[in-house]
Design a binder for this molecule. Structure first.
Ligand code: COA
Length: 532
């Protein structure tokens, strides 16, 4: 296979500038991740430990195989909102007894582990990953249930969590609940809906209503243990399949359950030759100024096995680079924006390439750096809408697994054509420098200004230029903030912001997870009617 070359010059000013800008963004990401890791803060962490309990991440660490990787998802969920960063829950994919599993661990140090709207989105996304990739689901439960002040936003949609759990079971995807503490009211249905339940002695408290509510409702006096302790459920109600002696024992029992699933190992990485160029350069390829295009082949040269890339139609539709390669031994077809804008030829090339990947059952990787489809009367006449629709049709109906990484810009319908979140890629990650919005901040402010100016003219009013300038500045600032990677990740529009240097490892893990399980859909891709 042809091997990519590189023209990157580590001494050039652009290399140094790009690297410095990326390191700044990584610093911001790191502090957001630290906030998430800090849970509810020192006071609650200390209190939790003093009670002889493990933290959410400590539970995860003891559950997964020693020295195995844990792919944490959306660690900065709820960033930039009124809720604590991390959204009071840890989710991710870990290897348990050689089996990749989706793990969801409530963080009881954050408002008692109560579920707020962002925790709900984060756990629902974890459930979706378990479903589409057919991965066992392990819930490490200790939660005060619904975040009561925001119950109106979560009570009704939150019911889907229990439906989704039992549907996993119905699809023969095993589910395990390990209960370490409180699981009240709706929370009680997490073990209730799971295939296997493990309750920690003297710690698990699983009841429809706690002692105060029971007292109010029926006048009965009961304590936690007699209402919903591990013994009550292990000996009498039958809700607990196993009574564990302590937290470590519970995690050991959970590992035993997974061992009996008898699932073949996902194989993890299959090796694959290392790229020929230094992965550290991935910090310096994306332009600090996103308006400056950069060559995605420089990235592929540092991500693909042996830097080998068999480019498809290299001379046609050159603003989109397409071709075949492998990551850690897993074959992949790549679509990467090479110059911001997508034209008709690029859209047609993409649709053909996606059809080829479906014909050979090869997963697709989308590297997004696009400002969208080309606008203007020449392009409208040339059919840019129908060609964009052709590409979006192909992406939407493709049946092979898709992975998406936003490495720069993802604007307008280019976000859809390049398999943005709404197009259900199996995993979507964002580089810290990346941005996404309906259009760029300056363009959006400019459009609003033109519309306001026209409205004023139609009414025969004099347009207030001073007000216009301040409106534009305000709008630009707001859109700039709302386009940023941390903002988008905070709202669960991706599965996490990643260090560019980890791109190859993370994509290799994801490809290992998605392979051999092509949606469990025997149907070949059935595309919508193509407009040619
Ligand atoms: N919604 C919102 N905030 C909650 C909450 C909930 N469901 N559960 C706990 N919190 C808050 C507490 O008010 C407290 O806040 P503060 O420290 O600012 O005062 C913080 O989380 C820690 O709670 P605390 O009670 O001190 O922790 P704990 O570890 O001793 O007990 C629980 C945790 C979950 C057992 C206990 O808080 C509780 O019983 N909560 C209510 C559970 C419930 O009935 N939920 C109904 C679900 S439908």
């Amino acid at each position: 296979m042809p091997v990519l070359t590189s023209t990157l010059d580590p001494r050039s000013q652009s290399y140094l500038d790009n690297r410095a800008a990326m390191l700044d963004r990584l610093g911001e990401l790191d502090s957001a991740v630290q906030q998430s890791r800090g849970g509810g803060g020192e006071k609650y962490v200390t209190r939790h430990h003093a009670r002889g309990k493990l933290l959410a991440r400590e539970r995860v660490e003891l559950l997964v195989d020693r020295d195995s990787p844990f792919l944490e998802l959306s660690p900065v969920a709820a960033w930039g909102t009124d809720y604590p960063v991390g959204a009071s829950v840890v989710t991710g994919i870990g290897i348990v007894e050689d089996t990749p599993c989706v793990i969801v661990a409530n963080d009881p140090t954050v408002r008692g582990g109560a579920v707020n709207p962002f925790s709900l989105r984060k756990t629902q996304r974890a459930g979706e990953i378990a479903r589409v990739n057919r991965l066992p689901m392990i819930n490490l439960v200790e939660s005060g249930g619904a975040d009561l002040p925001t119950q109106a936003e979560i009570f009704i949609p939150g019911g889907a969590a229990f439906k989704d759990l039992t549907r996993l079971s119905a699809a023969r995807i095993p589910t395990i609940a390990v209960v370490f503490g409180n699981a009240t009211a709706g929370g009680a249905y997490v073990p209730g809906m799971s295939d296997y339940t493990i309750f920690v002695r003297d710690r698990a408290k699983v009841f429809l209503a706690g002692p105060p509510l029971v007292k109010m409702a029926t006048g009965e006096e009961a304590d936690d243990e007699s209402l919903g302790g591990a013994v009550l459920h292990g000996v009498h109600s039958g809700l607990a399949d196993y009574i564990a002696e302590d937290e470590r024992d519970a995690l050991r029992v959970a590992r035993g359950c997974v061992r009996r699933f008898g699932r073949p190992s996902a194989g993890g990485t299959r090796g694959g030759a290392e790229p020929k160029f230094d992965g550290d350069d991935l910090l310096a390829i994306a332009s600090a100024d996103l308006r400056v295009p950069f060559d995605p082949r420089e990235i592929l040269a540092r991500v693909l096995d042996g830097s080998e890339f068999d480019e498809f139609k290299p001379a046609y539709g050159t603003a989109l680079c397409t071709g075949w390669g492998a990551i850690h031994g897993h074959p992949v077809g790549v679509l990467a924006n090479a110059r911001g804008v997508l034209f008709s030829a690029e859209a047609q090339k993409a649709a053909q390439f996606i059809q080829l990947a479906n014909a050979s059952g090869t997963p697709l990787l989308f590297l997004q750096n696009t400002t969208g489809y080309m606008v203007g009367s020449d392009y409208e006449r040339g059919g840019i809408i129908k060609h964009g629709a052709l590409m979006i049709n192909a992406v939407a109906n493709s049946r092979v697994p898709h992975l998406t990484v936003n490495i720069g810009a993802s604007y307008g319908a280019g976000n859809y054509g390049m398999c943005g979140r709404a197009y259900d890629p199996r995993f979507l990650f964002t580089w810290p420098n990346a941005k996404s919005a309906v259009m760029g901040p300056a363009q959006l402010a400019g459009v609003l200004s033109i519309v306001a100016r026209q409205a004023a003219e139609a009414k025969g009013q004099v347009y207030d230029e001073e007000q216009d300038a301040s409106m534009r500045a305000m709008v630009e600032y707001k859109i700039e903030q709302e386009s940023a990677a941390l903002f988008l990740s905070g709202r669960l529009y991706d599965d996490g912001v990643i260090d560019p240097r980890d791109t190859r490892t993370i994509l290799g893990m994801c490809l290992a997870l998605v392979e051999d399980k092509p949606d469990h859909d025997p149907q070949p891709a059935a595309f919508g009617v193509f407009r040619m």
